[in-house]
Design a protein around this ligand. Sequence first.
Ligand code: FE
Length: 192
Amino acid sequence: MELRVRALETVLAEKGYIDPAALDVLIDTYQTRIGPRNGARVVARAWSDPAYKAWLLRDATAAIASLGYQGRQGEHMVALENTPAQHHMVVCTLCSCYPWPVLGLPPTWYKSAPYRSRAVRDPRGVLAEFGVTLPAGTAIRVHDSTAEVRYLVLPLRPEGSEGLDEEALAALVTRDSMIGTGLALTPPARAR
Ligand code: FE
């Protein structure tokens, strides 16, 4: 695969269809500047600021852009708030649609056929494999991403996080908790 990519890149560059320097910028952007830490900052702000949270739930695209996160694959964002009564989980049953500006590039399992089919059929079973067991009374809603709409799950604020500032809160927010296949970490779990 690596050889094929290199061969393709060489041919495209030689023909002048792509600029290697521009490719380097793109790769650096997704490796170092765009990733789940962006989404974590959105979640931490929503946990800390009720007005921001209300805005996020009303117009996620604008609320997220106000923190500087916008661009390709994030043009139409919807935030889903987890509550004790309802847990949200995101999948793209068709392919791998994912909110790049807030979560970066999707993990391999998100793109896999088993996750894409089983998340819909057996969400509780999939969650168990991720180590998540929800109370029987918590309903699970599975959301199918599309080429247009991308979802960000707003996880439940963990116990013991009272009084933490936004930076400390953001450190509790895992990538998976924003997909709905995980929960935010409690401060002791984070310390471990
Ligand atoms: Fe997709």
